[in-house]
Design a protein around this ligand. Structure first.
Ligand code: IMP
Ligand code: MG
Length: 216
């Protein structure tokens, strides 16, 4: 069953912010984070459900593609849940794992992405069922361009899961197949999402005010 926006957890309203006093966060980030948007435990519980939806929809082997760097934590936890489900409910989804760094480019002729895989590695996608695992969809531009590029290698199917989707007027309308949370139009960090490589080592997802970061 395809997911619809009504199936996402909406954490866009202010009441969803948790006080730092109620959770443990690394001391080196206490000055830069004012509240927690999604506690680590809730992230994990949500991923368990996304893993269930993905397994229920999957019939053949999956090539699970991690979009580095921000997607690595979600990818690792999602793969673990998919493996656990495979054991407990009798369904069995063979997984292979791929890791891709994606860079956007724009020149005077076209816009696109380069991926960190060789042409040979990309050609291996032909006829396979791909599951792309991304941390966050903001404008949607990166994902749309990545999907256009992957399509040229003729995979059998491509599904996308993003832990977060930002509710922003800058969106190009792209919606992934499996989404964890809809978040406000703000800059979020933690759970492998970074700001200039900081905050990847924070377990909870938090909103930061980029102008007042003391670490930089
Ligand atoms: P898009 O092309 O605008 O959808 O941007 C996608 C990429 O931008 C994501 O994969 C992230 O790497 C990065 N990004 C966008 N918003 C945030 C944010 O709030 N925190 C951290 N990274 C972000
Ligand atoms: Mg990303």
């Amino acid at each position: 069953m395809p997911m619809e926006p009504k199936d996402w957890i909406d954490v866009t309203t202010e009441k969803n912010h948790y006080s730092l006093d109620h959770f443990v966060i690394p001391k080196h980030y206490e000055q830069d984070v004012s509240s927690i948007l999604i506690p680590h435990g809730v992230i994990m519980d949500r991923i368990q459900k996304l893993a269930r939806l993905i397994v229920d929809d999957t019939t053949g082997p999956l090539v699970v593609c991690c979009i580095l760097k921000g997607g690595h934590q979600y990818f690792a936890d999602l793969v673990n849940y998919i493996k656990a489900l495979t054991k407990s409910n009798g369904q069995s989804v063979p997984l292979s794992l791929e890791f891709i760094r994606v860079k956007s480019y724009k020149n005077d002729k076209s816009e696109g992405v380069t991926v960190s895989l060789s042409e040979e590695e990309c050609k291996d996608f032909a006829g396979k069922n791909l599951l792309i695992v991304e941390d966050i969809i903001d404008t949607g531009k990166t994902m749309v361009k990545l999907l256009q590029k992957l399509d040229t290698y003729k995979p059998k199917s491509v599904r996308v899961t993003s832990l977060l989707v930002k509710k922003t007027p800058r969106s190009n309308g792209y919606i992934p197949d499996y989404v964890g949370f809809a978040i406000p139009d703000a800059f979020v960090v933690g759970y492998a999402l970074d700001y200039n490589e900081y905050f990847r080592d924070l377990d909870h997802i938090c909103v930061i005010s980029v102008s007042s970061i003391s670490l930089l």
